[in-house]
Design a protein around this ligand. Structure first.
Ligand SMILES: Cc1cc2nc3c(=O)[nH]c(=O)nc-3n(C[C@H](O)[C@H](O)[C@H](O)COP(=O)(O)O)c2cc1C
Length: 359
């Protein structure tokens, strides 16, 4: 049976007047806002947090088709999901149509309701296998991947694709590629409106999202540089896209989905709420990873993001980065975030190498 559409509650309030709720295949969404797939971030605990805050959809981070073939421990971890994930949307990467079809079957057997193909990852290790943004330069193979995956999983499992605008500024082919993917049966297409060569530099070119929207009939997901409610509105209005996907704007800021769903930038959350959410995220992150040491280490980037713009954040980060025990991290968070005051002062770089981030 297909999961019930996720249309409900107050989160839909500002969009109630829309005559048609956005949808992908059989899945109606309660609003147009999607958490971007982000490696090391869009894990089960953070997806659930984003969905509970109001995101309509939250795909997994990229999962290797090869890893799925061998179903190793790490891959099984990636496929764990929660009942609130309706639909559970799994992003796969791979360059071989047959391998992607097998991975699609495996993902569906593990509970996926919807699949996405990563066609944007710029990392060499991925592109040299013909996957990620390498597919931007090989539309025929990209389309064949969609065809084979659809054949493997049938009509009830929508298959979507997430693209960048092109390989570099001399080869911006996303509009033609999207048309071919639509013909191959893609249920929606997301565009991070930067080329592979751009990495995260410059600004996303939203005019390409508008062009792509005009070129296809399937839903279009706009992505790139949405950091606020005002940005999201502007993207919806100026491009006509059906959905807005938010990546970096959600780092340390799952509250953005509450603001987006309500249609107002409410400012930072009260200190007590921030603390409750962070402790819950930490607890679920540790439970998810099992191994406490690994969990504490992999939670550090979240602590950097959560403490960004909070007065005294730099000293907190210096202290907390040296702690290895879950209890000690919990105590440090409780002490620091209990009285958190948002300073609005400029912050140093967050230490994340966006140039190699996987989309
Ligand atoms: C830390 C990080 C990890 C990412 N991992 C993925 C990924 O696994 N799959 C993917 O398609 N894109 C990935 N991306 C790209 C984002 O999904 C998104 O396209 C990009 O960040 C632009 O959106 P933004 O301006 O809202 O951040 C990643 C981005 C970041 C910052």
């Amino acid at each position: 049976m297909l999961p019930a559409p996720a249309v409900d509650g107050d989160h839909a309030a500002p969009y109630r007047n829309c005559s048609v709720m956005p949808r992908i295949g059989p899945f109606a969404a309660r609003n147009p806002f999607i958490l971007a797939p982000m490696a090391g971030v869009s894990e089960l605990p953070f997806r659930v947090l984003a969905l509970e805050m109001g995101a309509a959809l939250a795909p997994t981070e990229l999962i290797s088709a090869k890893g799925l073939e061998y179903l190793n421990r790490r891959t099984r971890e990636y496929l764990r999901h929660a009942p609130v994930e309706q639909p559970f949307w799994v992003q796969l990467f791979g360059g071989e149509p047959r391998g992607m079809a097998i991975a699609a079957e495996r993902a569906v057997a593990a509970g996926a309701h919807m699949l996405d193909v990563n066609m944007g990852c710029p990392v060499k290790k991925v592109t040299k296998t013909g996957a990620g943004s390498a597919l931007l330069g090989d539309p025929a193979r990209a389309a064949l991947i969609i065809t084979e995956m659809r054949r493997a999983v049938g009509d009830r499992v929508p298959v979507t694709a997430k693209l960048r605008s092109g390989w570099d500024s001399t080869s911006i082919g996303c509009v033609d590629l999207a048309r071919q993917l639509e013909d191959a049966g893609a249920a929606a297409v997301a565009l991070h409106a930067r080329t592979r060569a751009q990495g995260y530099g410059g600004r996303a070119d939203w005019s390409l999202i508008a062009q792509l929207k005009r070129a296809v009939r399937i839903p279009v997901i706009g992505n790139g540089d949405v950091m606020s409610v005002a940005d999201a509105r502007r993207m919806l209005e100026t491009t006509g896209c059906d959905f807005v996907m938010v990546g970096r704007g959600a780092l340390g800021n799952p509250w953005i989905f509450r603001a987006l769903a309500a249609g107002v930038d409410a400012g930072p959350p009260a200190a007590a709420e921030r603390l409750t959410v962070i402790l819950r995220h930490l607890g679920e992150h540790i439970a998810f990873h099992g191994d406490q040491g690994r969990a504490v280490r992999s939670f550090r980037p979240h602590l950097v993001w959560y403490s960004k713009g909070v007065r005294g954040g730099a000293a907190f980060r210096e202290h907390v980065m040296q702690l290895d025990g879950a209890e000690a991290v919990r105590d440090a968070c409780a002490r620091f975030f209990r009285d958190a005051v948002v300073s609005g002062e400029p912050e140093p770089d967050d230490g994340v190498d966006y140039a190699t981030a996987l989309g």
